[in-house]
Write a protein that binds this ligand. Structure first.
Ligand SMILES: [Zn+2]
Length: 207
């Protein structure tokens, strides 16, 4: 379900769902989408996210990883940059539909899509923290008890900016320039894992 018709001309992220906040003493785990929950073709800035549901392939270890987090009581929220919408090579509807399909396949609780590009100057495009702070308001979360698992430095930076504990699913491209920018000096995830399962194990041990 989409909250309301929204175009990418607004500088707010698009929210997938409007479920009422439950009791959630363990907080949330924010999950990056492309390269974490679903496979992409190519890598880094040259990667191609799925543009249609038919192109969507859930990552092989995502279902079991997400199930472990859910069993531990975490709210699960996907947060994804989809700048191809602003660039005109993907429609907003397609970006929201694919993200919704990921959320449905993995029974996630909510999701946010930034459909902007750098020049839009929004607050939600990672490395900015806006999707996390917005979710914090929507779900009444203590962000310092929440985690983010992502595969690029912009995920780590967004988490740091929101006071969320950052875990990096480290790939060959994780520290490449992203959105035309390099990682700021000193940016360090709390943990680096080679697999999503390893990242989840760290979260479960460290909460
Ligand atoms: Zn944005």
């Amino acid at each position: 379900m989409v909250e309301q018709p929204t175009t990418h001309t607004t500088l707010e992220p698009v929210r997938l769902r409007t479920a009422a906040p439950p009791v959630h003493p363990r907080g949330a785990v924010f999950l990056d989408r492309d390269g974490v929950l679903n496979d992409v073709r190519g890598a880094g800035d040259a990667s191609l996210p799925p543009r249609r549901i038919e192109e969507l392939a859930i990552a092989s270890d995502a279902p079991s990883s997400v199930d472990r987090l859910r069993a531990a009581g975490f709210v699960l929220i996907v947060v994804t940059n989809q700048p191809d919408v602003a660039r005109g090579t993907m429609t907003l509807d397609a970006a929201v539909q694919v993200t919704g399909a990921v959320a449905d396949a993995l029974a996630l609780d909510d999701g946010y899509v930034c459909a902007h590009d750098g020049p839009d100057g929004c607050d939600c495009r990672k490395p900015r923290p806006g999707m996390l702070t917005r979710a914090g308001r929507d779900w009444d979360l203590a962000l310092d008890h929440c985690w983010l698992i992502g595969d690029r430095w912009v995920d780590v930076a967004a988490a740091e900016g929101a006071g969320v504990r950052p875990v990096l699913l480290e790939r060959s491209y994780s520290w490449d320039r992203s959105g035309g920018a390099n990682a700021p000096p000193g940016l360090t995830p709390e943990f680096r894992g080679a697999t999503l399962g390893a990242c989840v194990s760290y979260v479960l041990a460290g909460s």
